[in-house]
Design a protein around this ligand. Structure first.
Ligand code: PAF
Length: 281
């Protein structure tokens, strides 16, 4: 697997592909790749001639007391997964390759970033928007692939691409789950055996919410109340948020009409996990 760390090398490779008339897909990741990432890479390989996977634990999207230092990393395993999935290049920069010591230019977004994860993780989306903008400028892909698990991130990136006229098509891909329903996440690795069992409550709560909406419940408060009750029944779970928002503006809704995002963030022990369902209404 071809792994490069410098911006110059990625640009040279992409330039060569472009010279040959090849299309390029980008799968931005923070590494420690799992089946969820693999599904993004496989889709990108099916839809593009060449695929770049970026593998970078982006320091600017972590808060001061978050898990930047302990975030899991394993570039050898990532390389094997990328190879198996058919990717062509891994961009694995060091923090100093992405952020000069006097770096001072940020991509910040209002509105969409203020609720949900943005509320509990101030500055998180500024870091995400900035690094994703940089990746788009470095790789200049035709298409970029993001998981629906990070639903707010996906909405934010779509809006950023529209607002700043990035010439890239954003492809959202379905959540990939473990056999018992837990959404795949690099952070699942933090869970001990007892917490891992408890974590299934997230997907159960999301399934409950989806079922209620499918059965015709249109009052957001009723759906959220039932989901909260289920989550509160799990002793190892501590709710960060349980919310129903408009799927594109990310603003809370009282009535379920049109596409809504029903999203949750829950601590299982010290590990913060997220899950969601989009309901078309
Ligand atoms: O979803 C992620 O893994 C990250 O937020 C991303 C998009 C790779 C930016 O660092």
């Amino acid at each position: 697997m071809n792994i490069v760390s410098s911006v110059v090398e990625v640009r040279a490779q992409v330039k060569e592909w472009r010279r040959l008339g090849l299309s390029v897909g980008l799968v931005p990741t923070m590494g420690y790749l799992h089946e969820g990432h693999k599904s993004l890479i496989v889709r990108a390989v099916a839809e593009n001639d060449r695929v770049v996977v970026s593998d970078f634990v982006n320091p600017t999207q972590f808060g001061p007391h978050e898990d930047l230092d302990s975030y899991p990393r394993d570039i050898d395993a990532d390389s094997r997964l990328c190879e198996a999935a058919g990717a062509h290049l891994i961009f694995h920069p060091r923090p100093e390759d992405m952020y000069a010591s006097d770096f001072c230019t940020w991509v910040d977004m209002t509105g969409l970033t203020e609720g949900l994860c943005g509320k509990s993780r101030p500055g998180h989306f500024r870091g995400v928007c900035t690094v994703v903008s940089k990746l788009f400028n470095i790789v200049a892909p035709d298409r970029a692939y993001f998981g629906q698990k990070d639903a707010q991130q996906l909405a934010v990136i779509r809006r950023m691409v529209r607002d700043l006229n990035f010439d890239v098509e954003i492809i959202g891909c379905p959540i990939v789950r473990e056999a018992d329903g837990l959404a795949r996440s690099s952070r699942n690795t933090y869970l001990n055996a007892e917490e891992r069992q408890a974590a299934v409550v997230l997907s159960r709560a999301v399934t409950l919410g989806r079922t209620m909406m499918e059965q015709g419940e249109r009052r957001a408060e009723m759906v959220l109340f039932a989901m909260r009750k289920m989550l509160e029944g799990e002793p190892l779970a501590r709710i960060d948020y349980v919310e129903m928002v408009d799927a594109s503006s990310m603003q809370p809704v009282a009535e379920i009409r049109g596409p809504v995002l029903c999203a949750i963030a829950v601590y299982i022990g010290k590990t913060r996990l997220i899950d969601n369902v989009v309901f078309e209404g």
